[in-house]
Design a protein around this ligand. Structure first.
Ligand SMILES: [Zn+2]
Length: 134
């Protein structure tokens, strides 16, 4: 599996574990269902430029549009069923593993403190991708 594939996948895994499913759903609808960013921005109530930024980020990490599509195809089902480790609470975020509220950005917390969880999910998705072929 290419390094680009894994990097794009890791980015999505971190977002989902930090409780952000919107990026995953919006990306799937953009890359697979060819929905337009303005429709998605309206549907998910997220700024158009912010959404374009997330989409661009994943395509850049994947290396191109086609690999980004492939990442989503292989991982969408697993990732949309994940239980986030960080949840929103009034006034901020709470980490269900550390059992404490977070003062830092939730994605940063997941990336730095729960690398083992991230790696485990990334390798599960890579296994699924390998089974489904290139
Ligand atoms: Zn934690």
């Amino acid at each position: 599996m290419s390094e680009n594939f894994v990097e794009a996948l890791r980015y999505l895994v971190i977002k989902v574990l930090a409780g952000d499913f919107i990026t995953l759903h919006a990306l799937k609808e953009y890359l697979i269902d060819s929905e337009s960013p303005s429709v998605l921005s309206h549907k998910y109530k997220i700024g158009k430029f912010k959404l374009r930024g997330y989409i661009q980020r994943v395509i850049e990490k994947a290396g191109n549009h086609r690999i980004a599509q492939y990442v989503i195809k292989c991982s969408y089902n697993s990732l949309s069923n994940l239980v986030p480790i960080v949840v929103r609470v009034p006034g901020g975020y709470y980490c269900t593993i550390c059992k404490r509220s977070l003062v830092t950005n939730p994605e940063r917390h997941v990336r730095l403190e729960h690398r083992d969880v991230v790696n485990r999910i990334v390798s599960e998705c890579v296994k699924i991708a390998k089974r489904s072929g290139p």
